[in-house]
Design a protein around this ligand. Sequence first.
Ligand SMILES: C[S@@+](CC[C@H](N)C(=O)[O-])C[C@H]1O[C@@H](n2cnc3c(N)ncnc32)[C@H](O)[C@@H]1O
Length: 230
Amino acid sequence: MAYRDGHMKFKRPPLRIQPTTLWDYPSQDYGDAQQGRPGYKGATPSYIIWNLLQRYTKEKDLVVDPFAGSGTTLDVARDLNRRALGYDVHPSRKDIFRVDARKLPPELSGKVDLVFMDPPYSTHLDYGEDPRDIGKFDAAQGREYYDAMDKAFAEAHRLLKPARHLALYVSDSFVKGKGFFPIGFELFALLRKRFEPVDIVAVRRRGRLVTLVKEHDPRTEALVDSIRFR
Ligand SMILES: C[S@@+](CC[C@H](N)C(=O)[O-])C[C@H]1O[C@@H](n2cnc3c(N)ncnc32)[C@H](O)[C@@H]1O
């Protein structure tokens, strides 16, 4: 099986439910197809979303991704017969609607079974021009980034049916000359205002994108992405 750009060839192993709180799968995508848009920088590894949907939803459930990016959540949901809605201020395909994660559609209140979000991690990546992009706020300066994420969490909470789950996938930040910023812990504290924690999972990344980041800063390898549930 080739990576998205055909750069490296290897055989993807079968997809399986991750039984511990260290999740590890050697590829961005599973199976013979690709999930999300090939080459999209910052795409969520699809096996993470696959595992979350297996654990916390059932067929026909409604999943919402307010930071849909290349549409990985939509593709995994389709594979698993879940209904899904994707929003983004820089929609990359027709089935993603141009909507701010802080102002989700009013008619969805109390109708959603799982919200998955993989938001910008401070200013790590440039996603585009839209000034509503939360990735334009630097977590190293002031509270703007966290205030924006707090609003996105409030919206997720409004959408969810009682006792259903939010899953957040996030990476901490290390910026040369500025220091280390534990975005995951900060967001976890914000989530506690509205949600009960269910689990924290460390995710091992072995994809090429992480290797690229590692070239910039060897410490990045030691950081873990984490997921937190309602
Ligand atoms: C880490 S990427 C999401 C990746 C996605 N899960 C995937 O697999 O392709 C973060 C996304 O958040 C979007 N975004 C940033 N600020 C936003 C906002 N206020 N509302 C909605 N989307 C936003 C960016 O445009 C970007 O597509």
